[in-house]
Design a binder for this molecule. Structure first.
Ligand code: ZN
Ligand code: ZN
Length: 537
């Protein structure tokens, strides 16, 4: 992240020049005069390079001098200044330049760290020189450690309260700290999910101490119950997965109805939870879950408050997946389904587990479509189904009860995280308008059919009772429970169709029909098609 221009620029004035190495001061040195001369030569070349802005070369000379005479404050102080100047140069290089001629050397942060190391040594030798403090503070500012820089500046001002460069530095750091405190806080990777590399959304902390977005963790666990980061086996069952807005599911699974995002398990619930994971209510395990979940809750609040804009973005992103909107439909590719059917499904494929979780967080609706073997794609017509029951199984599967609602045409479809999503268009029968004789005729036919269907249903039930065929009785109950009102000719026709067994191709044809018989104005074409089957019930 680029630092604020003001503090980093200011330090350049303080580091304009380097010190000369004075041989005469080396009287007490343990080095031979020959080696001292060598150091002095290196320092002269280095300082010349520094003054001509050839900082890499200067550093090279200072480093060689340092290897002959380690720990010399002048050498270290000059090298520190050179590191800082390079760091500054890199900081102020416009991105457009670095794109065209990338630097293969070290980056500005590494230069700042090297400068800091030298500055710390210099301070040890020259704790009474303000320049040492200026160097160290400048390095810290380059590293964007403004609070630490300020402490160093204050120590320096303790040595010389009149130092103008230190006072200037103090003003800038204080204003930077102030503006950061009130402005947008710095975003570090600490709040990123290691799976999606984005800001954590509804974070979950695993017992192994790793935090992921709830959806990322479960998506990863669809492929195996291990932590995506450290591969620890996790005992977080999808039973505890957030399935919001499904009251039936909540009623039936009271102690599992808690979502990770709400995290409001009572201790008793924790106990049951750990028991169900084979933990037998082990107090340690209980505590671990408690702490982990509490942390997730706290973390979510911190993220929400600290990065409100990014959080809202992530929320929108998540909602677009769980609620794709009226014209978009996630698809379960399996079979042709007609409106007014009850279905039972076992979801075990990872991609559909993900889809079901998203569907359950949204409006609980998805499309059912048959694959088209001719095109290798999917059929052009499909039916919307609503999940009325969702039971997550301990092994991660879902057991679903579904009711089919209405048909639609697939306009286009694409892949999303492994499953299909389609842009759709709702399809309705072309029915005669209310009040017309055609409409009255249609209603009459339907009423007659309804009477017939009722008597057929009664007969079928009696037969099943005589045979004591409980499965058949259950089937009949389900069929009857899906019966729509006779006031909706289209839906009623579809329901009649569900009383008979049809080949998928026939069912698909029915989904496509809207108005097959232009000449016959007696009404719903689908209904008329069905009439020919009623006799076979
Ligand atoms: Zn994530
Ligand atoms: Zn882990």
């Amino acid at each position: 992240m680029a630092g604020d221009a003001s503090p980093t620029e200011l330090s350049s004035e303080l580091l304009e020049d380097v010190e000369d190495f004075v041989e005469a001061n080396e009287g007490e040195s343990t080095l031979s005069s020959e080696r001292i001369r060598h150091v002095s030569d290196l320092m002269k070349i280095g300082n010349q390079a520094f003054r001509e802005n050839r900082f890499e070369e200067a550093i090279n000379c200072y480093s060689r001098a340092n290897s002959v005479k380690p720990g010399d404050p002048v050498i270290l102080s000059n090298r520190c200044a050179a590191y800082l100047r390079i760091c500054q140069f890199l900081r102020h290089r416009p991105p457009s330049v670095s794109e065209y001629s990338p630097l293969s050397g070290l980056d500005s942060t590494i230069h700042a760290e090297l400068a800091l190391k030298d500055a710390e040594k210099v301070i040890n030798f020259r704790c009474d020189s303000t320049k040492s403090y200026i160097l160290k503070a400048s390095a810290l500012i380059m590293l964007e450690k403004y609070e630490l820089a300020r402490d160093v500046i204050l120590s320096g001002l303790h040595v010389d309260p009149t130092s103008d460069p230190l006072k200037d530095l103090e003003r800038t750091t204080v204003s930077t700290i102030g503006s950061r405190g009130h402005g947008k806080p710095e975003r570090t990777d600490d709040f990123d999910c290691t799976v999606c590399l984005k800001l954590l959304y509804e974070p979950v902390t695993t017992p192994c101490g790793h935090t992921f977005c709830r959806s990322c963790l479960f998506q990863s666990m669809d492929r195996g119950n291990r932590c995506p980061l450290c591969r620890t086996v996790l005992f977080i069952s999808p039973r505890t997965c957030a399935i919001r807005g499904n009251t039936k599911w909540k009623e039936r699974n009271m102690h599992y109805s808690t979502s990770f995002s709400r995290v409001n398990l009572s201790l008793a619930e924790f106990y049951m939870l750990t028991c169900s994971f084979g933990g037998n209510g082990n107090p340690m395990l209980l505590l671990m879950y408690n702490i982990a979940w509490f942390n997730s809750f706290t973390l979510n609040n911190i993220i929400k408050k600290t990065f409100p804009e990014e959080y809202d973005e992530r929320k929108l992103e998540n909602e677009s997946l769980t609620n794709p909107g009226g014209d978009f439909m996630p698809l379960f590719v399996m079979d042709v389904v007609l409106p007014c059917q009850k279905l039972h499904l076992n979801i075990f494929e990872p991609r559909y587990r993900l889809m079901v979780r998203r569907v359950m967080e949204g409006n609980r609706r998805m499309g059912m479509v048959i694959p088209d073997s001719r095109t290798g794609s999917i059929a052009d017509f499909a039916c919307e189904v609503e999940i009325t029951e969702c039971e997550p199984l301990p092994d991660g599967r879902f057991f679903l009860e579904l009711e089919s609602r209405r048909r639609f045409r697939v306009l286009r479809d694409w892949d999303q995280d492994g499953y299909r999503v389609a842009e759709i268009e709702w399809v309705r029968d072309i029915s005669p308008s209310a009040g017309t004789t055609q409409r009255e005729d249609l209603q009459e036919v339907i009423n007659a059919a309804a009477e017939y269907a009722q008597s057929w249903m009664n007969t079928a039930r009696e037969e099943a009772q005589q045979r004591q065929d409980r499965a058949r009785l259950l089937e009949l109950d389900e069929l009857e429970s899906m019966m729509p009102t006779t006031r909706d000719p289209e839906l009623y026709s579809f329901w009649l169709t569900t009383l008979t067994r049809r080949r998928p191709s026939e069912k698909l044809e029915l989904l496509r029909e809207r108005d097959t018989n232009q000449d016959d104005c007696s009404g719903s074409p689908v209904f008329l098609i069905n009439m020919s089957f009623v006799g076979t019930l």
